[in-house]
Ligand binder design. Structure first.
Ligand SMILES: Nc1ncnc2c1ncn2[C@@H]1O[C@H](COP(=O)(O)OP(=O)(O)OP(=O)(O)O)[C@@H](O)[C@H]1O
Ligand SMILES: [Mg+2]
Length: 390
């Protein structure tokens, strides 16, 4: 069942005729609630282009907990990055150009597929009960860990197809919240107060939703809270988070802190980030030696070269020689990266066709995800990207 909410009669008739049978149209939000109460399977609500976005976003954020399988799509006459960012954060699965009917149809199909997965009718994305933990690390600051971790989490989630929890373990200076424009109402520091009661229920309450499939455990706001969060507590928090998601992506500070050691202990994949400059490489070599000392397996390490085309005299081959490890993925350097951070929208969302986004998706879907990519996994990002680059 698809419900189309559209106040404007002509738009409503046009969209209903294009979307085929099985579309119920209404211009009253109470009708939407009433139709949903009938609990039809695979529900989908489309908000037409003349809907007040505030109403659609408010509806989506209420439904994401009440009816997690419900897909909410927002159609617009003009796509702008700000509305898209807000819509994603509210839990809207897709924002689509209302005049692009094939895109609207594809978005509906994709959303129904996600709903089927969530309702358990499709093949489960991952049979494992526990999430795979992916820790993004580099021993030198400013290499792009937080940038990569945030984009990686969104890329892995593929618009809600996988559940991803992003954990900011840069306890003193974490900036994942700022990068995603999240209000830090709850953070990992709240777990320090609970100590012995850290379990999945408590940790779930500390998560902040970012986009469909992406929840974030934010770093404390005050730098002094870090002292109260030791290795044991982080281990317990991660054990709880693992039961809530398919993938846990951990962002780290540039040092082997207690929290980092706890994360490395349980990591299934260690993404080791370097930039093509001598200090970064030296530090990464030292970090790899440290991982050897900790007896962490070498085959689960993925070396990512960020800003790999930055003209600083070191080539990918130089880097591989120094590290004695192949580079798994090259992420190019681009001014669009800091620009997207300043706007608070990850580049994989804002510009999905961008070389940086493609590199992050390659890392996420070809090197980390252990299930096949979605049939049309580029939907949401593809169109948001087109809109963002208009
Ligand atoms: N591929 C890239 N191209 C251009 N700029 C980049 C790229 N990756 C990261 N940056 C920029 O580098 C800066 C540092 O990135 P980021 O904060 O992600 O690094 P970090 O490793 O998390 O730093 P810290 O160690 O301080 O936590 C940011 O301004 C970011 O925009
Ligand atoms: Mg960082």
């Amino acid at each position: 069942m698809t419900i189309l909410f559209e106040p404007h009669r002509q738009w409503s008739a046009h969209l209903a005729s294009q979307l085929g049978t099985g579309v119920l149209t209404t211009s009253r939000i109470e009708d939407v609630e009433r139709l949903l109460a009938d609990q039809h399977p695979e529900p989908l609500v489309l908000f037409g282009p003349t809907t007040d976005p505030g109403l659609a976003l408010d509806f989506a954020s209420r439904q994401r907990l009440a009816r997690p399988a419900l897909g909410v799509l927002l159609l617009r006459e003009r796509l702008d990055v700000e509305t898209m960012g807000q819509a994603l954060r509210a839990g809207v699965r897709d924002v689509v150009d209302a005049r692009d009917i094939p895109a609207v149809q594809a978005a509906c199909a994709r959303s129904l597929e996600v709903s089927r997965h969530l309702l358990g009718a499709g093949t489960p994305v991952q049979a494992a009960a526990e999430a795979r933990v992916v820790t993004v690390f580099s021993a030198k600051g400013g290499c792009g860990k937080s940038t990569l971790a945030t984009n990686l989490a969104v890329a892995l989630a593929e618009g809600g197809r996988r559940r991803v929890c992003l954990v900011d373990l840069d306890l003193a200076f974490g900036d994942v919240g700022i990068m995603l424009q999240l209000v830090p109402e709850r953070s990992i520091a709240d777990a320090a107060n609970a100590r012995d009661r850290v379990d999945p229920t408590l940790v779930r309450a500390l998560l902040t939703s970012y986009a469909p499939g992406v929840d974030v455990l934010l770093a404390p706001v005050g730098p002094t809270d870090a002292e109260r969060i030791g290795r044991d507590l982080v281990a317990r928090i991660l054990a709880a988070v693992r039961t809530l998601a398919d993938y846990v992506v951990v962002d780290t500070p540039p040092a082997f802190t207690e929290a980092v050691l706890a994360a490395l202990d349980v990591s299934d994949v260690q993404v080791l980030l370097a930039t093509p400059d001598v200090p970064a490489l030296k530090n990464l070599r030292v970090a790899m030696d440290m991982l050897d000392l900790l007896e962490l397996p070498t085959q689960t390490r993925l070396v990512v070269l960020n800003r790999s085309d930055a003209r600083v005299g070191l080539t990918g081959a130089d880097v591989e020689r120094v590290l004695q490890t192949p580079i798994a993925v090259h992420v190019p350097s681009s001014r669009d990266v800091p620009a997207s951070i300043n706007r608070g929208v990850p580049i994989v969302v804002e510009k999905p066709g961008h070389p940086v986004s493609r590199a992050v998706r390659e890392l996420a879907l070809e090197r980390i995800a252990d299930d096949p990519p979605a049939r049309s996994g580029r939907g949401l990002r593809e169109r948001i990207g087109r809109a963002g680059s208009r």
